[in-house]
Ligand binder design. Structure first.
Ligand SMILES: Cc1cc2nc3c(=O)[nH]c(=O)nc-3n(C[C@H](O)[C@H](O)[C@H](O)COP(=O)(O)OP(=O)(O)OC[C@H]3O[C@@H](n4cnc5c(N)ncnc54)[C@H](O)[C@@H]3O)c2cc1C
Length: 377
């Protein structure tokens, strides 16, 4: 069969990973990004063992990427540890680590392996359509690009989703105030991610490498609020030493708001020669740190199903197979990802009674799911 061509809207984590996955399956790919360059902004993201396993399988080495996380801990507002999840258990079993990596580092690593000229910058996608024999992408510079199929990986406010489905993400009434700065506290140079949870909300901390701490506060409210005032009002009375150090180091110039949004995860993400991937298909609040991980799973599955197709019709059918394969998992993660963990914090006494081994083994199960994907290739 003649090599298939694909156009991808958006060069974020999902668009770049999808370009890798499709190119590995013999598809000729063009990615259209509205930014004038790759958007390296943002704080850090957590990649669980499944996410790093997918990166490796796409040919993106993870050995020197970010900071390897050995445990994920939960503390009370007074700084008592109530549970600890051993992340090395799944690493030993499946061979891929959990890491905390700055978004800039991850975007650089994903773009490094793509042929020069794969990504086209500076024009935003405004419309997309299935023309029957081709898929069409319109850009705001007036240009029109076609391919055998089209992937909308243009993030939570996806123009491709608007063109083919018309629905938008709902605001959940919570905002994450986040930063990536040098903070002299116990988490910065360690190998543990920490979530401190109380009735007022949550403070998360991850080591991010090079003396930087990724920190964030989840609170009810909007991005129009004054971030510094909001976090001091909500968390100022917490006794946890590290939280107080982060509060003291948090300046408005270092803080970005991240509004919690949720899409309805539909059974059908696209139609005809068009589908969606990553946040365009399934945005949710960041509480389980699954945004980048699920975007990588989408990319990997797309590459695999399209790689099996040998005719044009089979390629279109492969897009539906991809949606079938991804729907259940994405819907489950969406249902589990909420601010609920902070709305009704479980009593410490209950959490303390949960054996760490049980939670660590549940974490390993999640990685096993992806490992099964990878080994079924
Ligand atoms: C600037 C930025 C900072 C972020 N910071 C964090 C963070 O600190 N922590 C965290 O956990 N997650 C962060 N995220 C979200 C995280 O990257 C995603 O949830 C996850 O990686 C899924 O990625 P995605 O590629 O589906 O979406 P995104 O990462 O949102 O990427 C979408 C890409 O599409 C481009 N795009 C959007 N609209 C159009 C259009 N109409 N035409 C063409 N291109 C378009 C965007 O510029 C972007 O490059 C950030 C995302 C962005 C864009």
């Amino acid at each position: 069969m003649v090599a298939m061509t694909a156009v991808i809207a958006g060069a974020g984590v999902c668009g770049l990973a999808t370009a890798h996955a499709l190119a590995a399956s013999g598809v000729s790919v063009d990615v259209f990004e509205r930014g004038r360059a790759l958007l390296r902004e943002g704080s850090a993201v957590t990649l669980w063992g499944g996410g790093t396993g997918i990166l490796e399988s796409l040919g993106v080495p993870v050995t020197d990427l970010g900071v390897r996380l050995e445990t994920m801990e939960r503390w009370t507002p007074s700084g008592d540890k109530v549970l600890s999840i051993d992340l090395t258990r799944s690493e030993k079993r499946f061979g891929s680590p959990a890491i905390s990596v700055t978004r800039a580092e991850l975007i650089d690593a994903l773009s490094a392996g793509l042929p020069v000229g794969t990504v086209h910058f500076g024009s935003a996608c405004t419309d997309a359509a299935d023309l029957g024999t081709r898929a069409r992408l319109n850009l705001d510079d007036g240009s029109v690009h076609t391919g055998d199929f089209l992937i909308g990986a243009d993030g939570v406010h996806s123009a491709v989703r608007a063109a083919i489905r018309g629905d938008t993400a709902r605001e959940m009434g919570w905002t994450t105030w986040q930063g990536l700065t040098p903070v002299d506290c116990s988490v910065t140079n360690g190998t543990s991610g920490v979530m401190v949870v109380g009735p007022e909300g949550m403070c998360g901390m991850n080591p991010a490498g090079n003396g930087l701490l990724q920190w964030w506060f989840d609170v009810p409210g909007s991005s129009d609020d004054d971030g510094v005032e909001t976090i001091h009002r909500a968390f100022g009375s917490w006794e946890c030493d590290d939280v107080q150090k982060v509060l003291a180091a948090a300046h408005s110039s270092d803080m970005q708001p991240f509004v919690h949004l949720r899409h309805t995860v539909h059974k059908r993400w696209g139609r005809g020669r068009i589908t969606l991937a990553g946040d365009a298909a399934h945005a949710w609040p960041p509480s389980l740190a699954q945004g980048a991980n699920q975007a990588l799973e989408d990319a990997w599955v797309l590459g695999r199903v399209v790689g099996r197709a040998t005719t044009d019709l089979e390629t279109i059918a492969a897009l539906r197979d991809y949606e079938d394969e991804r729907y259940r998992r994405a819907a489950l993660v969406s249902a589990l990802s909420g601010a609920e963990v902070t709305k009704k914090p479980a009593p410490g006494v209950f959490l303390k009674s949960l054996p760490d081994g049980l939670l660590s083994s549940q974490n390993a199960q999640l990685t096993k799911f992806v490992s099964n994907y990878l080994s079924s290739r």
